[in-house]
Design a protein. Structure first.
Length: 358
């Protein structure tokens, strides 16, 4: 069940983003899927990086990029139907931003170009016949926790279309990014992320590149990209949701919303927030059966999009999970899992990072 920028009769509403009910969707491609935990011994994520010396390059947006040496890996997960079959993939070397694109970086792009994001544009009345045009105002979806316990099958109880919500005002007109310049930028549609990437001479990563970088040479039989333990030495390893979703976030990891980039340890290849914080747009179209029909070297995903849950929506892959992920409802921040999002549906828990060819 995913966010789609649509309006229902006389009210604005959104389908929930990047979520899966762990009790009802485990068996078919038609349903969202969740992970099952693995067991095994792992090295600490808090030890010094053991890989070869990291190579950095400064991008045109002044962001550090890490050289990701090409190679092969086992892509996918046995615990998510749309991430099967597990298959060996090879990718060429590339550079990847060490962290998600920040509010400050995106602000520089907008200041230089005058770019107007999807969330800042009025909705087209032709796409919403019968809807009062006065309701078709710029805005976006915002996570709005209910006051009491709710049935997790009704995602509209915690997603709200908020007029005026945008990258500058991620929770609505009264919110601001002032003081959050080093937080990941959110409320961007796919085309917004792609436009930024083009401006800085980069591109969005393919799904294969993203997973290869996230796994950082590790194996597929681990629950998380860093191993099997959610915490290490009592410390949270990613910005996710703790508590009773969606009502109470206990903020044990220190954050209720987005966290400043690099707040959590990098993986073995020097990349931050490859799990949690915000979902990240990838270049690939989403199809649940994509891995059954894929190239084994530098795959770029299917030629078109199809999601049985919303056949009319054009969706792209999103990866990594967000500050709203937890095992109670949304487990697709775990290793090998796949997210998806309608191209024109920005939310306050989706961002991106860029890559660059060598």
């Amino acid at each position: 069940m995913f966010i789609t920028r649509w309006i229902s009769f006389s009210s604005l509403a959104f389908i929930a983003c990047q979520s899966s009910n762990s009790q009802e969707n485990k068996t078919t491609f038609v349903s969202d899927s969740v992970a099952v935990c693995h067991v095994g011994n792992i090295p600490s994520r808090f030890v010094a990086i053991q890989s070869a010396e990291l190579v950095y390059q400064e991008g045109s947006d002044k962001a550090n990029m890490v050289l990701i040496e090409g190679g092969g890996f086992q892509m996918g997960s046995a615990n998510f139907p749309d991430a099967q079959p597990i298959h060996r993939v090879e990718v060429n070397s590339f550079y990847m931003d060490e962290h998600e694109v920040t509010n400050a970086q995106f602000a520089s792009f907008v200041d230089a170009t005058g770019y107007v994001t999807v969330a800042e544009q009025p909705l087209n009345p032709a796409e919403f016949p019968g809807v009062d045009p006065e309701l078709l105002v710029p805005g976006s979806a915002v996570f709005s926790p209910p006051e009491g316990a709710v049935n997790l099958s009704n995602h509209l109880q915690w997603w709200t279309y908020v007029p005026g919500a945008s990258w500058k005002h991620p929770r609505g007109p009264k919110s601001t990014i002032k003081g959050k310049e080093n937080h990941p930028v959110t409320q961007l549609a796919y085309q917004d992320a792609a436009a930024y990437a083009k401006w800085v001479g980069k591109r969005l990563p393919t799904e294969a590149e993203w997973e290869y970088a996230a796994k950082a040479g590790r194996h597929t039989n681990e629950t998380y990209y860093w191993g099997n333990d959610k915490k290490e030495e009592g410390k949270w390893l990613a910005n996710i949701f703790q508590g009773d979703f969606p009502v109470l976030n206990t903020k044990e990891d220190g954050f209720e919303d987005t966290a400043p980039v690099k707040s959590f340890p990098a993986n073995a290849w020097g990349l931050y927030d490859m799990e949690g914080n915000v979902w990240e747009w990838c270049a690939d179209f989403y199809r649940p059966d994509a891995y059954s029909h894929t190239a084994l070297k530098n795959p770029k995903g299917p030629v078109d999009s199809y999601d049985p849950q919303e056949p009319g929506s054009v969706k792209r892959v999103q990866r990594g999970g967000s500050f709203l992920c937890n095992d109670q409802y949304c487990e697709r921040y775990k290793a090998g899992s796949r997210g998806k999002g309608e191209e024109n549906s920005p939310t306050n828990n989706v961002g991106f990072r860029c890559v660059k060819d060598i």
